[in-house]
Ligand binder design. Structure first.
Ligand code: GUN
Length: 280
């Protein structure tokens, strides 16, 4: 069994981005800029956003953080996004999800300039991803593909089974795998005989949001198991995969933490640099 080290791969990506940013800065006199928008005080979201801004600065990007109170209205948020859309120093805009219930997330995502949509959540970019010509693709799904490539795992012709159908992970990763010529099956909470389906997977992506949901009975011998879960159990970060027994069967497996998680931020930075380069 090979343990997939997302921490190492993400550190390599970040150091490559840092180098490229320094070169671009000396050539253009400009640095890529990322604006993060956090509404409310959800502690997990606050940690994510803080981290994003910190890594942004480490790489040499400009970071524009907006921490807004939970009472922020939809109209106020739309105004802020309009300003960020018009600000030439801002190449990427990330609105941390979930938003408070009184704000319509779909309306907010639709208001972001697709060229600055570094999350890849705008319907234009979702459509481009489905067609297969998107520049900005969702960070966590793209990070998964980068990990598979880094470890030399063949995707073309393999049966990839995606557990979960969210707009953030399940659906976009299915598209990316399909683009790379995998045979893709998407399973979800209404799938019957789930175990029969997941046992066929050469590559199994677990994105269900339930701790230890994937047992070793659900996994084929030698499969590549990618755990996208971030569940908090007694204060401890736990994936969707019952790690120890599944690791005994898997050919490759990602740990939680230290697997897919660190890749998300690295790919967010990669998308910001891409958006910056496209704006030059
Ligand atoms: N909330 C959980 N994951 C994400 C993500 O990738 N982007 C944003 N904006 N919010 C999230």
């Amino acid at each position: 069994m090979v343990l997939i080290d997302g921490k190492k791969v993400s550190a390599e990506i970040r150091s490559r981005l840092m180098k490229e940013t320094a070169e671009l800065k000396s050539k253009t006199g400009r640095a890529p800029g990322l604006a993060t928008v956090l509404v409310g005080e959800d502690p997990a979201s606050a940690v994510y956003v803080r981290n994003k801004n910190k890594i942004c600065n480490e790489i040499g990007f400009q970071s524009f953080g907006q921490n807004l109170p939970a009472e922020t209205t939809e109209a106020q948020l739309l105004d802020i996004i309009k300003e960020l859309n018009e600000n030439d120093k801002v190449n990427g805009i990330l609105v941390q999800l979930p938003l408070p219930d009184h704000i319509d997330s779909e309306k907010i995502l639709l208001s972001i300039d697709p060229k600055k949509d570094v999350d890849g959540f705008h319907p234009i970019n979702v459509g481009k991803l489905a067609i297969g010509n998107a520049l900005l693709t969702p960070c966590t799904p793209t990070g998964i593909i980068v990990l598979l490539d880094y470890y030399g795992i063949e995707i073309a012709g393999k049966h990839a089974v995606v557990m979960g159908r969210s707009n953030i992970v399940g659906k976009p990763v299915a598209h990316l795998l399909l683009q790379r010529h995998a045979t893709v099956t998407i399973c979800h909470s209404r799938t019957t005989n789930l175990e029969q389906v997941t046992r066929q997977a050469d590559i199994l992506i677990a994105a269900v949001g339930r701790p230890h949901f994937v047992s070793s009975d659900m996994v084929k011998e030698g499969a590549v198991v990618i755990d996208v879960g971030i569940n908090r159990v007694d204060g401890k970060l736990t994936g969707d995969v019952d790690f120890d027994p599944v690791a005994e069967k898997a050919g490759f497996i990602t740990p939680v933490p230290g697997g897919v998680g660190p890749m998300t931020i690295a790919l967010l930075m990669e998308n910001t640099l891409k958006a910056f380069k496209a704006s030059l």
